[in-house]
Design a protein around this ligand. Structure first.
Ligand SMILES: C[S@@+](CC[C@H](N)C(=O)[O-])C[C@H]1O[C@@H](n2cnc3c(N)ncnc32)[C@H](O)[C@@H]1O
Length: 262
């Protein structure tokens, strides 16, 4: 595995997250920002097939308000007010404010909507960070009245805050303080829905995708965040989107890869 440095998201970037964006990529980046304000996410299909294709028949999807969304956003804002925190030691000497690493509200809505449609028993995510994506998952699971979130975070101080946030939302979750790789066997039962949101390099993501898929039931959905993080991640998404272990794949708002497992 390569070093972690360079794989930590920072949402303060004001320009498209590509080293050298083409005019098309730059236009799509702006389009996604405008659509996002209208609570709409652009869908870019790589393989228009399977359950996913039936669920999302159009080239864009409206994102319904998530259960407990106001509470989640309040908790997230309060956590951000606490200031900067050291990133996990392997990233090097890096600090981040909570809002710099969290999933956006529109993607949170997408996670919650995916839970509503898929009705998963086991949702897996890594990393937890400060618990924002996890809160969107657990709030939706709680509304369904079934299912558990298995979430993994090696940064002890971030995990502590995430635990508080997740508990405030309620719902069934198991937060493991440690890496996904070292603790993956604690997941009880087949995985129905997973979010890969840890180190954003192809080397790490491809290996983690393999570990996740081995534990997925057929028809499970795997989400890969930050597919536009770098040219390396864009190549990684192109490869994963055509991976024979999948049977349908779509990019949401140019940022989140969604793969249905065959
Ligand atoms: C971009 S943040 C996650 C954001 C979070 N999913 C959210 O939307 O609120 C990435 C997190 O992954 C964690 N991480 C890095 N490598 C990991 C691994 N192998 N297993 C679990 N977590 C990891 C980092 O410590 C960091 O907290």
């Amino acid at each position: 595995m390569g070093p972690f440095q360079g794989g930590m998201k920072d949402t303060r970037r004001a320009s498209p997250p590509l080293t050298d964006p083409s005019p098309y990529d730059a236009a799509m980046y702006l389009t996604d920002r405008v659509l996002g304000r209208m609570n709409v996410a652009r869908l870019e299909w790589a393989e228009r097939a399977g359950w996913l294709a039936n669920q999302y028949p159009f080239l864009a999807a409206r994102m319904p308000i998530a259960p407990q969304e106001n509470l989640i956003e309040e908790l997230s804002a309060e956590t951000d007010e606490l200031g900067e925190f050291d990133a996990w030691k392997v990233y090097g000497n890096v600090k981040r404010k909570p809002n710099q690493v969290r999933s956006s509200r529109i993607l949170g809505r997408f996670y919650a909507d995916m839970v509503r449609r898929l009705r998963p028993m086991n949702v897996v995510e890594f990393g937890t960070a400060f618990g924002v994506s996890g809160m969107y998952f657990t709030a939706a699971l709680r509304q369904l009245g079934a299912g558990r979130l298995w979430t993994f975070e090696p940064n002890v101080s971030w995990a502590r805050l995430a635990e508080k946030n997740l508990a405030a939302v309620g719902g069934d979750f198991v937060l493991t303080v440690g890496t996904f790789e070292d603790n993956v066997d604690c997941i009880a039962g087949p995985v129905d829905l997973a979010l890969i949101d840890a180190v954003h390099t192809s080397e790490w993501v491809e290996s983690q995708f393999g570990l996740v898929v081995e534990r997925c039931r057929p028809g499970a959905v795997v989400l890969v965040d930050d597919i536009d993080f770098s040219d390396d991640m864009r190549r990684c998404w192109k490869k994963l989107a055509r991976d024979p272990r999948g049977r349908g794949s779509v990019a949401v708002a140019g940022h989140l890869g969604v793969i249905e497992i065959a």
